[in-house]
Design a protein around this ligand. Structure first.
Ligand SMILES: [Zn+2]
Length: 300
């Protein structure tokens, strides 16, 4: 073999090795921003508060291996939310919850129903004539599913073997004039830990909820607006961790400085999707861990 041929052979080997490395780093990059423990599932609860700008979308991997999606952001996030869920190694949403029919919560829900495997769909018992809401109902019907009413007292999971309970605490009565006050308020209890999801519930709805609201992790209501986190709520919940789902430089001035001050005053750790992108909170039933900044749901 001539010197030139050896050089060519060596350079071919080098190219092959670099291609293999590039491919493996490409594979790794799919999961690089989602810690491996999140992908395995089973025994661990992971709540991913997705960065969908001004809106809400929370994907939850339950310790019994089922999954839940609470809200789905505006109407341009559908494909990215599905991609995120797939990157977690999941191919089904067992419980799809639309907290209330505003576009920053159910915007991409029809797309997700059309394009993903869905178990049950829960919505509050209010209807609106908006295009987004009607399209969602149409998608659910076409899929052969029926909307279940999300209201106070409904238990989605009550499993003492897994020490896992998921209960809807609100709405107690639905406010048809202010849809925020029809928000599904939902609590997940796993072992000694608990998570509360407020939708956009305001003071008027909060007053009607008599159930135990105490929780370690609070998804702050209505993007941190002053209407939704009065001191009386914080006294009831007594959260250690607060997550605010909010868009950068949004037009509403969310989160309200008074809400932030109230959360700071009780010594709560505050995480915001506009500052830290997607926030993942994990629980093994005893300990809670927070990881931030590993994925943004890009606008399509
Ligand atoms: Zn909202």
């Amino acid at each position: 073999m001539t010197c030139l041929k050896i050089k060519k052979l060596l350079s071919a080997i080098a190219i092959a090795i670099s291609v293999i490395f590039a491919m493996s780093s490409c594979d790794l990059s799919i999961y690089a921003d989602i810690p491996k423990s999140f992908v395995s599932g089973g025994g661990t609860l992971v709540a991913h508060y997705l960065d969908v700008g001004q809106g809400d979308s929370i994907f939850i991997e339950l310790p019994n291996n089922e999954t839940m999606l609470i809200d789905a952001g505006e109407n341009y996030h559908g494909a990215s939310i599905i991609e995120y869920i797939r990157d977690c190694g999941r191919d089904r949403i067992d419980y799809l919850i639309g907290t209330h029919p505003h576009t920053d919560h159910i915007g991409s829900m029809a797309y997700i129903v059309r394009n993903f495997d869905i178990g049950s769909v829960y919505l509050p018992n209010v209807s609106t004539n908006t295009y987004t809401y009607q399209k969602l109902l149409e998608a659910v019907k076409k899929k052969g599913l029926k909307v279940k009413t999300g209201k106070s007292g409904v238990k989605l999971i009550d499993d003492s073997d897994d020490d896992l309970r998921i209960t809807i605490l609100g709405p107690v009565k639905t406010d048809v004039k202010n849809l925020n006050n029809a928000s599904i308020v939902l609590k997940i209890e796993y072992g000694e830990t608990s998570f509360l999801f407020m939708g956009d519930a305001e003071k008027a709805e909060l007053k009607t909820i008599k159930a135990d609201l105490s929780a370690d992790v609070l998804k702050v209501g209505h993007h941190g607006s002053d209407t939704s986190t009065p001191q009386s709520l914080l006294d009831s919940v007594d959260p250690k961790i607060a997550v605010i789902s909010v868009g950068k430089d949004n037009d509403y001035g969310h989160p309200n400085p008074k809400t932030l001050k109230r959360l700071e005053d009780i010594g709560c750790e505050i995480y915001r999707t506009d500052e830290e992108q997607t926030i993942a909170v994990t629980s093994d039933g005893q300990n809670i861990d927070v990881q931030t900044g590993f994925r943004t749901i890009e606008r399509e």
